[in-house]
Design a protein around this ligand. Structure first.
Ligand code: C5P
Length: 233
């Protein structure tokens, strides 16, 4: 599986997004469109970024009853994205329904991955607020197993969990990992974080990096540093 850095385009609107993407002359980074940008600009933003030649991970984290998620995925399937996602907490039935909705008539579909536990969630919050008392690692592995059983391609997880997920679900099961920070950078609201280099050692397939690149004084240099540390190029 080819390793890559995915930039999280957490911008308010198309104008800010394109002024950011315009800084990248030559390279076409893999990008992630999340709910902030998608809700502001709608499907058109996906089509425009695709037209510029970027690969796209559409990060909308669907979580609803199976029939509703199936319909939602059906609406997303022809946008031309390369990868999209949902919450594993929605159950195996919901994940199977999502796959059905996402599969086009010719049998092709974007990659579908599941969020296990958000990288901003700590053991303490999980216990106190959502009443899950098992160790977070165990919860993440169980959710990843459910996603695999449903037929999904991988999970979104902390880079710290990528190795264990590969052990449990196989090397081919994708680990897409946000919660990445440079050794000398700010953590912000993330909790379970690590550096691009360490993420590579543990075995992440893709790292998702937002603020360390988008808020950097020189975003292109920050992206290149990430590529060097994670991919080695
Ligand atoms: O700015 P930062 O690098 O923290 O951005 C991380 C990105 O990854 C955000 O867009 C966030 O929504 C996303 N994400 C996450 N944790 C997950 C799933 C997605 O941080 N479990």
């Amino acid at each position: 599986m080819g390793k890559d850095v995915i930039i999280a385009l957490d911008f308010k609107n198309a104008e800010e997004t394109f002024s950011f993407l315009d800084k990248f002359t030559g390279r076409k980074p893999y990008v992630k469109i999340g709910m902030e940008l998608f809700y502001a600009e709608g499907p058109q933003i996906v089509k425009e970024i695709k037209k510029r030649g970027h690969r796209i991970f559409l990060d909308l984290k669907l979580h609803d009853i199976p029939n509703t998620v199936k319909g939602g995925m059906r609406s997303l399937r022809d946008l031309g994205v390369d990868m999209t996602n949902l919450h594993a907490a929605g159950t195996i039935d919901m994940m199977k329904a999502a796959l059905e909705g996402l599969t086009r008539e010719d049998g092709t579909r974007p990659l579908l991955i599941a969020v296990t536990q958000l990288t901003s969630t700590s053991q303490e919050r999980m216990e106190k607020e959502i009443l899950i008392e098992k160790p977070i690692d165990e919860v993440v592995i169980k959710y990843a197993g459910n996603a695999k059983e449903a037929g999904l391609d991988g999970v979104v997880c902390s880079p710290l969990e990528a190795g264990k997920i590969h052990e449990a679900c196989g090397e081919g099961f994708l680990t897409v990992t946000p919660g990445v920070r440079f050794a000398d950078g700010d953590i912000g609201d993330q909790v379970r974080v690590t550096t691009p280099e360490r993420a590579r050692e543990i075995g992440s397939d893709y790292i998702v990096v937002g603020r360390p690149i988008t808020k950097a004084d020189d975003p292109v240099a920050a992206y290149e540093r990430c590529m060097r540390e994670f991919v080695g190029e």
